[in-house]
Design a protein around this ligand. Sequence first.
Ligand SMILES: Cc1cc2nc3c(=O)[nH]c(=O)nc-3n(C[C@H](O)[C@H](O)[C@H](O)COP(=O)(O)OP(=O)(O)OC[C@H]3O[C@@H](n4cnc5c(N)ncnc54)[C@H](O)[C@@H]3O)c2cc1C
Ligand code: SF4
Length: 481
Amino acid sequence: MKNKMLKFIDVQQETPEKRSTAKRKGDFSEIYKDYIINKATEQSSRCSQCGVPFCQIHCPLGNNIPDWLKLTAEGRLKEAYEVSQSTNNMPEVCGRICPQDRLCEGNCVIEQSGHGTVTIGSIEKYITDTAWEKGWVKPFKVKRELKQSIGIIGAGPAGMACAEELRKSGYQVTIYDRYDRPGGLLIYGIPNFKLEKYVVERRTKLLKETGIKFVQNFEIGKDQTLHELREKHDAILISTGVYKAREIDVPGNNLKNIFPAMEFLTASNKKGLGDKVKSFDDGTLNAEGKNVVVIGGGDTAMDCVRTSIRQKAKSVKCLYRRDRKNMPGSAREVENAIEEGVEFVWLTSPKRFIGEKKVEAIEINNMKLGEPDTSGRRKPEIELGSEYKIPADLVIKSLGFDPEELPKLFNAKELVVSKWGTIKIDLKTMQTNLDGVFAAGDIVRGASLVVWAIRDGRDVAAQIEKYLQLKISKNKSVKAA
Ligand SMILES: Cc1cc2nc3c(=O)[nH]c(=O)nc-3n(C[C@H](O)[C@H](O)[C@H](O)COP(=O)(O)OP(=O)(O)OC[C@H]3O[C@@H](n4cnc5c(N)ncnc54)[C@H](O)[C@@H]3O)c2cc1C
Ligand code: SF4
């Protein structure tokens, strides 16, 4: 039994696929449960209640971490859940995918003293998963229905968090989204091995049960203009995220089998959700048996390399033009990818893609780090004469995202955007330059994190509510006069 336990503890720290294989090989479910409970309790009791909760300060939601750790350590899980969900609309999502090493856990006092951080994220996940399992997570009941309605464009975490907060106050909320499923990047961007899709689906189901309306396959700009939508609602939130993939300008870019990251990840996620995906089923977007090369060093690139490994690629390489220390992605993600067999080719950049009709190889340049640029990071420079070729059957470009041209797309040329294309808002009211039109999430910040999108969604809900209440009181005073 002890060996089995140890074996299970090992796989618990590995991939969900490996975990489920382990479960299939022997019935570890009870051991698994006990292990998780013991681990969560043990980890929770490690919190020193330090008095200066740096973890809480560095959590974008200001989660009351010391309190829910204490409650978990005392076995008072229901109360821990109540505290946890009071500041976070999706604790089970954040617990799974926040880059904790850069946020709460990276600032844990115990970590600073060299004793290893309290695993805050996994405890947050454990508390809420338990709450779902025990039936403590229920749709809230609206106490007083209000007439005013809000139209939200985009069913990602920013839009969903805002919708939930406004609905709690009794407003009528409709979320419009061009995808066929709600969730935004939670459903079609982030892979299943990091965030299981049922976790997102049960959240959206819960929101539907509170009376929030979801209108899928509805694109603002195509099915309705922004002005038409504004006419229908008392206020509008734009939370459309950022989706324009950055390009790489080298010869051969038009060869077949070179794809932007989102195309590859969406196909894989749709497949995982049980959809028929022609481009995957005919092998085009399936990495199986292929030499895959991913270009880029951010978290999306890590998702692509790790998805390729799971699709049984022949080899997976990641090209990044700086060194490991300067990678923008989470260090933990890079470690995971290396453990899973991804080969990182740091300080390299593609010179050209080679092939007849489809890509067959990439010629790459070695790079060196030069003087710091305006951002303070050392600028990568080509090492002349360093070219060499590597084989490639499938190339995935993951160079980041920019906002789409929203004023044009929405047929609202007067909507003011920044020089990067993100929507400009009044930082206090979160309102755009258009009356009653608010914006939040990645479309304001640029590509960011789920936890920030949730924070923005909560903040903008409070601002929308203020705006609507002011409107009512103005109307009353006009009538009284
Ligand atoms: C591959 C990938 C992996 C990531 N991994 C992580 C991670 O591990 N951890 C983390 O914290 N963050 C991660 N992120 C970032 C995170 O997903 C985003 O910061 C977050 O989802 C932004 O939320 P949002 O609500 O602003 O936008 P989104 O989640 O992008 O949602 C926007 C929604 O708006 C809809 N929409 C857009 N235009 C229109 C229109 N014209 N009409 C109707 N609907 C429209 C879209 O269909 C989408 O559903 C990742 C991002 C990517 C791309
Ligand atoms: S929301 Fe993210 S940063 Fe905040 S406590 Fe949870 S895992 Fe940490």
